[in-house]
Design a binder for this molecule. Structure first.
Ligand SMILES: Cc1cc2nc3c(=O)[nH]c(=O)nc-3n(C[C@H](O)[C@H](O)[C@H](O)COP(=O)(O)OP(=O)(O)OC[C@H]3O[C@@H](n4cnc5c(N)ncnc54)[C@H](O)[C@@H]3O)c2cc1C
Length: 442
């Protein structure tokens, strides 16, 4: 008999479905699986779900972290045959049908990998060391502290070059995250920081957005990309296109076109890859994601499924390189897999997943957004209202929706952001003294 005592999950006689990850996909699945047919165990490394699309607002003092996080135990209300465990899963042992975690092992009948993605530094250890990613609440809080600390430090120096270095923010990656962050930083610069720091010349604050490809917002329409570029330029953001970031040593950013920017702040929004756990055969992995069939079953693993960012489903002709790593594919795959596992339990046939593309959008600072729907595109104030509505509806928890809405209304009318607090100071990695300042060999 298999031993479950480490995680203290009782034997119920029902098949056990173990879900790793309480993100958009994992939560949908956990909510919709039939508890009279399965024992459901949800494992997540935090006790909360993070609404990642609004992380940039935490980083730029627009929202407190608890407005975009929600306790997993509160979200899953039906507790019958359901167990949540706060744990980090490290490894799969498919022969023994077990997962290993920091709190012990657990056996499964069906295993679902819904671990999402992690920041991809593309193997550049120097960028990984000195740049700031924004993939979790902790990282967004670090960024918020760093931004505010920089202005406090800038006040203390008379060295204009050093002051400018502290007040220069460079964002690598012109996808929705980079664009939204650049827009929010420009709002801080134009409306808020001059009031907070009257003794600093905030016009010397520089915001750079660096994109490796010829357009912003890859994957969105050309019209939306051009509109976003136009808005950002009007807000005073320096946008660099066709220009990959090559290296960063904590002081200077080296770019593909040979130019350099001196900055104490490189924010890395240039890529993600699947958050894999160990134990999968190389043949099941494609560029950091798990290859799945149209039923989300992982290649070569009969009882293991993957959904969301971590899953690469390549049979859909519209998405030959797999679905985009966004919330909708994760949510839809979670719902479909729940239906399919419920069907399996009843001896019925599973149905292949079909992605319904509901469009994409990005907000660009105050009052502006771009929106691509499957049948038309629009931009401007109306798109911004729609962006706010969609994000409010999708935020988990009534309280979070009310807090976010109230914050946004106050900010809109007062031209203010209320949470400019350094709660947990950020300790920057100091560039090593002897380190060569220059391009690393890559
Ligand atoms: C800054 C930012 C902005 C974004 N903006 C948008 C947007 O505007 N629109 C949009 O559609 N998408 C956006 N996305 C992408 C979207 O958030 C993801 O596509 C979506 O969260 C994927 O859902 P998921 O269920 O696959 O994974 P996630 O929601 O990432 O959830 C994965 C969960 O697994 C947990 N986990 C991971 N590894 C382990 C482990 N080993 N053990 C235990 N638990 C583990 C994590 O803690 C997490 O809770 C954004 C992402 C970021 C980072």
């Amino acid at each position: 008999m298999l031993n479950h005592k480490n995680m203290n999950i009782p034997e119920s006689g029902l098949k056990r479905v173990v879900i790793i990850g309480a993100g958009f996909g994992g939560l949908q699945l956990a909510k919709k699986l039939r508890r009279d047919k399965f024992q459901v165990v949800l494992i997540n490394k935090n006790n909360y779900h993070t609404f990642q699309p609004l992380l940039y607002q935490v980083a730029t003092s627009g929202l407190e972290p608890d407005s975009i996080a929600h306790s997993v135990r509160t979200i899953i209300k039906k507790t019958e045959n359901f167990y949540f465990r706060l744990a980090q899963v490290h490894r799969l042992d498919s022969k023994l049908r077990k997962v290993h975690s920091n709190i012990g092992d657990l056996s499964y009948d069906y295993l679902i990998i819904a671990t999402g993605s992690q920041t991809n530094f593309f193997g550049n250890s120097s960028i990984e060391r000195y740049a700031l990613p924004m993939k979790s609440i902790l990282e967004a809080l670090d960024l918020r502290s760093l931004i505010l600390q920089n202005f406090e430090t800038a006040l203390l120096t008379n060295d204009l070059k050093e002051r400018e270095r502290l007040m220069t923010f460079v964002i690598a990656g012109g996808g929705p995250t980079g664009v939204e962050l650049a827009g929010a930083l420009s709002e801080l610069k134009n409306f808020i920081l001059p009031r907070d720091y009257p003794d600093l010349d905030i016009s010397r604050m520089n915001i750079h957005l660096i994109q490796a490809t010829p357009c912003l917002l890859d994957g969105m329409s050309r019209a939306s990309a051009d509109a976003a570029l136009d808005y950002l330029k009007k807000f005073g953001v320096n946008v660099w296109l066709n220009c990959p970031v090559k290296d960063y040593n904590g002081q200077i950013i080296y770019m593909g076109n040979g130019e350099e920017i001196e900055s104490a702040n490189l924010i890395w929004a240039a890529g993600v890859r699947g958050a894999l756990i160990d134990g999968f055969e190389v043949s099941s992995i494609d560029r950091g994601r798990l290859l799945v069939d149209p039923f989300n079953r992982v290649k070569d693993y009969d009882e293991v499924f993957a959904i969301g960012d971590i899953a690469a489903m390549k049979n859909d002709k519209r998405f030959p390189n797999a679905h985009p790593m966004t919330a909708q594919p994760a949510i839809q795959q979670g719902v479909t897999l729940a239906k399919n596992l419920n069907c399996l339990a009843e001896g019925k046939k599973m149905k292949p997943f079909r992605y319904i593309d509901r469009g994409s959008m990005a907000t660009v600072g105050r009052n502006k957004a771009v929106c691509d729907l499957p049948w038309f595109q629009f931009k401007g104030f109306f798109a911004w209202l729609i962006w706010m509505f969609i994000h409010l509806v999708n935020l988990v928890g009534f309280r979070n929706r009310m807090v976010a809405l109230t914050n946004w209304i106050i900010q809109y009318f007062q031209y203010n952001k209320s949470v400019r607090l350094i709660i947990r100071p950020y300790h920057r990695v100091q560039p090593e003294k002897k380190e060569k300042v220059g391009l690393m060999e890559n």
